[in-house]
Design a protein around this ligand. Structure first.
Ligand SMILES: Cc1ncc(C[n+]2csc(CCOP(=O)(O)OP(=O)(O)O)c2C)c(N)n1
Ligand SMILES: [Mg+2]
Length: 978
């Protein structure tokens, strides 16, 4: 009854603060708080209140705060000698019990520091913070009886019993960090759950034998591979075999806890073992992959090494329950798989209509100790765990903590005691378990699952173990860790230790153990024989280039005018009782007018109409990115807010009753984790248009690992495809080095074998068609879009709505002002087209056509040839770009264009540069003018060394031209809060 313990709501104003806190100072009746101190019936509440105050003083009532402060002070002081009437009664009667509560708190918080976690070490020495004397108890008081508060159900216990209880629960082979959790319901649940059985595993003999079987299976597979494929990399799990037993216990417990599917992500260590012993991949298949002539049959691309491959299976538990289990393919980059698995899990939850509780699909991430603390994406992924657009109902993290990373030991790899420190910042429960105690580990994983299903939060199990061999099997650990490895050589295996324990307990016999081992050997030998027969068939040969011609086929994406007008009304209609900002109202009215053809279409409206048309024809969309609801440039406004209440209304969610779902999320300030998440989501929801938007395109490099290792190469490596769409604001507006370039060149460098589509559309209508094509096209490929900033509001870059009513995405746009007969053809992409067209008009240059490559990869060569072919056969062909010569599309296109047109292509653009753009607006304007002049071979009055035409003044532009450029720039500059 917590209510009873609440301090008096209105303390007697006649009492001083101290009087109210300490009745012993007052002649009045004691306050309810102190009056009940030590009363066994209220001990639990008092103790909780005390814990809460310790964790966060501000969370408790000021009166209690004062009380506990005084109480702590009293605990620290030696009790004054009881002499006469001046001795406070509290010292003798109350403090020992209170000190006892203090001790309970301390053990729960710090008991893990005494736990025996390291299989290679001994239990730590005493922690002075947990010494009896710290609580001013003596050995002589060990048999004194105290109220044990909440400990294991409470009741009177001797100090000796209490200490034994605490040590057994918190200082055995399991160390628990949970007192940092600010949610008291969670803390209480964990505490009660652990103290109920003193953190001791309670398994039937059959369950114990199963744990041993799993450990032996893990060990046996490693040893078999070790002897049959000497020196071949497998990243042995030996020393950490407990992982396999833990995964088995987890999967066994899933059906009873309502889990139907488990999505696993893990790195190299023990992966082959998990594939075989957890996911049920056949040994025959695995052994085949070890053969030097092995060539994967199913992969169209280049394939991947065996310890990166994914797998999916439906396994049957010992209770005959089915469970879907998948292991995501992963690249070498440690932890990059984490957000991908989270995204996959969220997608699977969507497919199973499990989007409220998220209890049917469980994500499990298995980490290495070095990577967990070292890789920033871990923290970024943990931070997704409770966010509306990214949560997955809680992830179980398992760390195979072999206390080494390649050759680096913990003292060099972390500044913290535990490698699990990143999880602490999220307030997650963390269990550290000695890897030589698989029974404890298996018990904890079941608790972890119960916890996850109950509280829908992440939880961490840190299996402290060792690495029997070097980092891989060709690696000699004695070069760098000679002492450690002589210890490891002497150390009995996990299976031997557990076997001994179960033999001693009479749970198993020596014969039964032998039988388990020999059966496994037979299975492995049979599989090896079969695999040898299979590998004789392999004939390695170089494969041809992989192409996807469907990528250049037109996809009709026009939407009839009346439908667009109707959609325009829907996206601009807000509930009558919504009071909205007048500028937003105006913007919505403009959108309606644009859709009805009364005003030219801008980009944001084109995007909204593309989305609306897809949604109303049953195609779901997810858009995520930093500030994507409003849009970085205040252009999108997909969510409208009520001025009085901030109630949110999303027109695209309210188009029709049977529309597909539209999800738009402001992401956290992360690139790697968020793009990884959205990519993972796209893998399992291939019918959904999933867009990730960078704040500015250059920030995408924070997610470069995801782009390199997954998005560009996944189809080639693992045969998995995705419709992920990257929206990357790009364009030179003089905003400086970091807000200009989405690094188009990087995407083009990664372009091969039709692995994705790279575009830089120049009109809202073509963007409209592009988005629709990406959603509607049967061929599933990632799409990279250089999206506008200044063009968002540039009247030159608007479209008549009728351009959306017919046709399809145009990979190449002919010059609307000069369809044929030009003596010079300038090829370009995106925004620079408008600058070129304006320059041509301004200077009356009539012999030049400007042709846009709206899609740069794959290049629609026949279309381009046909459009260019309309101009003079001997026309000069120029490539013009805003980006420096070593950036942009030039390097990618030059040889292709030269081969296509059988002539040299002249370059017009900024000269090669280390930085993407100048920081000075005036220089930007000068450079921009010069590259335009260069494209037309127009003799400009001034020239700049940053461009490819002869240098003149770079730092001192003529005042007049500089002023002009600035004015011009201002008109087009994107409106961004940056
Ligand atoms: C991002 C990244 N950096 C470096 C590496 C090279 N590398 C592969 S394994 C490894 C050690 C990993 O240590 P840990 O996470 O403790 O896993 P363990 O191998 O000990 O299981 C390193 C540095 C990598 N694969 N990925
Ligand atoms: Mg390690």
């Amino acid at each position: 009854m917590v209510r009873d313990l609440q301090p008096t709501p209105e303390p007697d104003p006649a009492l001083s603060t101290l009087d109210r806190l300490n009745p012993n100072r007052s002649s009045s009746a004691p306050s309810p708080a102190l009056g009940r101190l030590g009363h066994p019936g209220n001990a639990e509440q008092l103790e909780e209140l005390y814990e809460r105050w310790k964790a966060d003083p501000a969370s408790t009532d000021p009166v209690w705060r004062g009380f506990f402060e005084g109480f702590e002070l009293g605990c620290q002081l030696r009790p004054p000698a009881r002499s006469g009437s001046t001795a406070p009664a509290v010292a003798g009667d109350v403090l020992p019990q209170a000190r006892l509560y203090n001790l309970l708190f301390a053990y729960r918080a710090l008991g893990h520091t005494l736990a025996h976690l390291d299989p290679l070490g001994i239990a730590p020495h005493e922690n002075p913070d947990l010494a009896l004397s710290t609580f001013r108890f003596t050995e002589a008081e060990l048999d004194q009886v105290f109220d044990s508060g909440t400990l294991g159900g409470g009741g009177p216990r001797t100090l000796r019993d209490i200490l034994a209880f605490l040590r057994e629960t918190y200082c055995g082979t399991l160390g628990v960090e949970f007192m940092h959790i600010m949610n008291f319901a969670i803390r209480r649940w964990l505490r009660d759950r652990m103290e109920r059985n003193r953190n001791q595993p309670v398994f039937t003999p059959a369950q114990q034998r199963r744990v041993l079987e799993k450990i032996i299976a893990a060990e046996s597979l490693e040893r078999f591979l070790h002897t049959r494929y000497v020196g071949q990399k497998r990243f042995s799990l030996e020393g950490g075999e407990t992982l396999i037993a833990v995964l088995d216990s987890l999967l066994e417990a899933c059906p009873a806890n309502g889990v139907e599917e488990v999505v696993i992500g893990m790195a190299h260590r023990g992966r082959l073992n998990v594939l075989v012993n957890t996911l049920g991949k056949s040994r025959r298949k695995l052994f085949t992959e070890f053969h030097e002539n092995y060539v994967p049959e199913t992969v169209l691309g280049d394939g991947d090494v065996k310890y990166h491959l994914g797998y999916e299976n439906t396994i049957t538990t010992s209770e005959n329950k089915k469970l879907r289990v998948s292991l995501a393919p992963n690249p070498s980059h440690l932890e990059a798989v984490d957000p991908v698995v989270e995204g996959k899990a969220r997608a699977r939850q969507r497919l199973r209509e499990d989007t409220v509780k998220r209890e049917k699909v469980l994500p499990v991430l298995i980490h290495g100790d070095g990577a967990f603390i070292g890789q920033g994406v871990v923290a970024e992924t943990l931070n997704l765990s409770k966010l509306e657009g990214y949560k997955t109902g809680g992830t179980i993290h398992i760390i195979v903590n072999n206390q080494i990373a390649f050759t680096t030991v913990p003292i060099d790899s972390r500044s913290t005691r535990y490698c699990t420190a990143p999880a602490k910042s999220l307030g997650l429960p963390i269990f550290h378990v000695n890897g030589d105690d698989p029974l404890s580990a298996c018990a904890v994983i079941q608790l972890a699952l119960e916890f996850r299903q109950r509280f829908h939060e992440d939880i961490v199990l840190d299996i402290v173990c060792y690495r029997k061999h070097g980092h891989n099997e060709g690696d000699e650990p004695n070069f760098t860790q000679p002492t450690l490895y002589s210890e490891i050589d002497q150390h009995p295996s996990v299976s031997r230790l557990l076997a001994r324990r179960l033999l001693d307990a009479g749970v198993i016999t020596e014969e039964q153990i032998q039988k388990i081992r020999s059966q496994l050997d037979v299975v492995s030998e049979d599989a090896l024989r079969e695999s040898r027969e299979a590998v004789t068939k392999f004939q390695p040969k170089l494969r041809p280039d992989f192409r996807c011609p469907a990528l250049l086929e037109p996809v009709p994406t026009g939407v009839p005018g009346p439908s667009l007008a109707k959609l325009g009304r829907l996206i601009s209609t807000i509930p009558a009782d919504f009071q909205i900002n007048t500028k937003i109202r105006k913007m919505l009215d403009q959108r309606r007018a644009m859709a009805e053809g009364k005003a030219p279409l801008d980009w944001a409206c084109a995007e909204h109409l593309a989305f609306a048309s897809l949604l109303t024809s049953g195609h779901p969309i997810r858009l995520s990115g930093q500030d994507s609801r409003r849009g970085t440039f205040s252009q999108r406004h997909s969510a409208i807010y009520d001025l009085r209440t901030r109630a949110r209304y999303i027109p695209l969610k309210n188009l029709s009753k049977d529309q597909a779902s539209f999800c738009v999320y402001n992401s956290p300030l992360s690139e790697a984790a968020v793009l990884g998440f959205d990519y993972g989501y796209s893998l399992d929801c291939p019918d959904m248009l999933i867009l990730w938007e960078a704040q500015f395109g250059d920030f995408a490099n924070g997610a470069q690992t995801q782009i390199d290792q997954y998005i560009a190469a996944a189809e080639s490596k693992w045969g998995v495809t995705s419709r992920i769409t990257l929206l990357l604001p790009h364009g030179y507006h003089g905003q400086g080095p970091e807000h200009s370039s989405a690094r188009l060149e990087r995407f083009l460098q990664l372009s091969a074998e039709d692995n994705w589509v790279v575009t830089y559309p120049s009109t809202p209508a073509n963007y409209f068609h592009l988005l629709r094509r990406q959603s509607l096209r049967k061929t599933v490929k990632p799409l990279v879009v250089m999206t506008p900033k200044g063009m968002l509001r540039d009247p030159r870059a608007s479209s008549p709505v009728k351009d959306c009513t017919r046709g399809c995405f145009e990979e190449v746009l002919p010059d609307p002002a000069m369809a044929s007969g030009a003596r010079r053809v300038i090829l370009c992409s995106g925004k620079v087209y408008f600058d070129l067209a304006e320059f041509r008009e301004k200077h009356g240059l009539k012999d030049t056509a400007v042709i846009r490559l709206e899609q740069i990869y794959p290049l629609h060569e026949t279309k381009l040839q046909a459009i260019v072919g309309k101009h003079a056969a001997d026309a000069e062909i120029v490539w013009c770009q805003e980006e420096p010569r070593n950036m942009g599309a030039w390097n990618h296109l030059e040889s292709k264009l030269r081969a296509l047109f059988r002539k040299e292509i002249r370059y017009a653009g900024r000269r090669a540069s280390a930085s993407p753009a100048t920081g000075a607006l005036a220089i930007h304007a000068l450079e921009q003018n010069q590259l335009l002049a260069s494209a037309f071979n127009f003799k400009a009055p001034t020239q700049n060394p940053k461009s490819e035409i002869p240098p003149t003044t770079r730092h001192k532009p003529p005042a007049s031209s500089s002023r002009n450029r600035n004015r011009k720039h201002k008109r087009k500059a994107p409106r961004s809060s940056r």
